[in-house]
Design a protein around this ligand. Structure first.
Ligand code: UDP
Ligand code: MG
Length: 313
């Protein structure tokens, strides 16, 4: 009998958790009566009663497992912890806020089983209910990153996906500290089918992603999956050398022909400002990569576990 592991990362989700559990159980009973399930709730250092809610679920249902972090490590770390702990033949990742409809699971499972895919991903075709500014920047981000990176990032792709054990093992072998899952999934390859659906708003609680957090996450994606910015700064440097060389030639010739009346102070200041701006910008880019390398070299654990369901026994 097949087993599906459902990994749910939770950060301050006390209100949505019971609703989520009810919904996923309904789907399991209706669509999956001959398949084993395991639910892995990853409590990402929640400050509310999320852990208590999970423990309540665990008492009545032995399919429920959990991992509780010592502090908030972020969704990427939570998903990775769930992946490492999962034992199912198929693994799915879901949000606790029901924005990833459990109802789609049957269709995803059938696609893998009958059509020979290794992975079924979901993508939102609308961004209904999201601030327009946020949608605009999200679209821009996908345009830019797909130009810069060899790894394809699908616009609107969610973290909600069902994967085979083989693909999960491949993901587990990527132990980098700066995790950008959207890229990691493309990086490992395998055949992926995309299922589209309309955006659904969260059932309870509120989003944990501020604009600034998303911006940093976008930078993470770019530095983790592309070195194009580094090439760009080299090209800029070369271009400026070329321009300088041409200007030097012009000035030498002009001086030889017309003599040397000293002028051009304002243009000089502009040029100095412009060029030093470009220099700082390039230094910043290099700094980004250096800081990522620094964090990677330190080799710190991706997450720290405080307790799991095994501690209850
Ligand atoms: N989440 C998490 N750790 C965090 C932030 C979020 O585990 O630091 C979880 C959160 O509980 C939810 C999922 O990630 O299950 C998606 O978060 P959210 O709904 O806030 O993001 P949005 O859907 O608005 O992009
Ligand atoms: Mg959400």
């Amino acid at each position: 009998m097949d087993k599906i592991s459902v990994i749910v990362s939770c950060y301050n989700e006390e209100k949505s958790l019971p609703l989520f559990y009810e919904e996923i159980e309904k789907v399991r009973k209706e669509d999956f009566n001959d398949i084993n399930f395991e639910y892995i709730f990853v409590d990402d250092g929640s400050k509310d009663k999320t852990l208590e809610e999970i423990k309540k679920l665990q008492q009545d249902d032995e399919k429920v497992r959990y991992i509780s972090f010592s502090r908030n490590f972020g969704k990427e770390a939570a998903m990775f912890a769930g992946i490492e702990a999962s034992t199912g033949d198929y693994v799915t990742l879901m949000d606790a806020d029901l924005q990833d409809p459990p109802k789609l699971l049957k269709k995803m499972y059938d696609t893998i089983k009958n059509e020979g895919y290794d992975c079924v991903g979901t993508r939102r075709v609308t961004r209904k209910g999201e601030p327009p500014i946020r949608s605009f920047f999200a679209r821009m981000f996908y345009k830019i990153i797909n130009k810069m990176s060899d790894v394809e990032m699908v616009d609107g792709a969610r973290d909600y996906r069902l994967m085979t054990r083989q693909m999960i093992e491949a993901i587990k072998s990527l132990k980098e500290y700066n995790r950008y899952s959207k890229g990691l999934w493309s990086f490992v390859g395998f055949k992926t089918k995309w299922i589209e659906y309309e955006n659904i708003e969260r059932v309870a609680g509120e989003t944990k992603w501020s604009f600034w957090k998303l911006f940093k996450y976008a930078l993470e994606g770019i530095t983790a999956f592309s070195t194009t910015p580094l090439i760009m700064s080299s090209v800029l440097g070369l271009l400026f050398c070329l321009i300088a060389f041409i200007i030097i030639l012009i000035i030498i010739i002009r001086t030889l022909v017309y003599g040397d009346p000293t002028s051009g102070w304002p243009s000089m200041v502009c040029i100095i400002f412009f060029v030093s701006g470009i220099q700082l910008f390039s230094l910043g880019i290099i700094g980004q990569y250096l800081s990522k390398t620094y964090l990677e070299v330190k080799n710190r654990p991706i997450y720290i576990v405080k307790e799991t369901e095994k501690d209850l026994k």
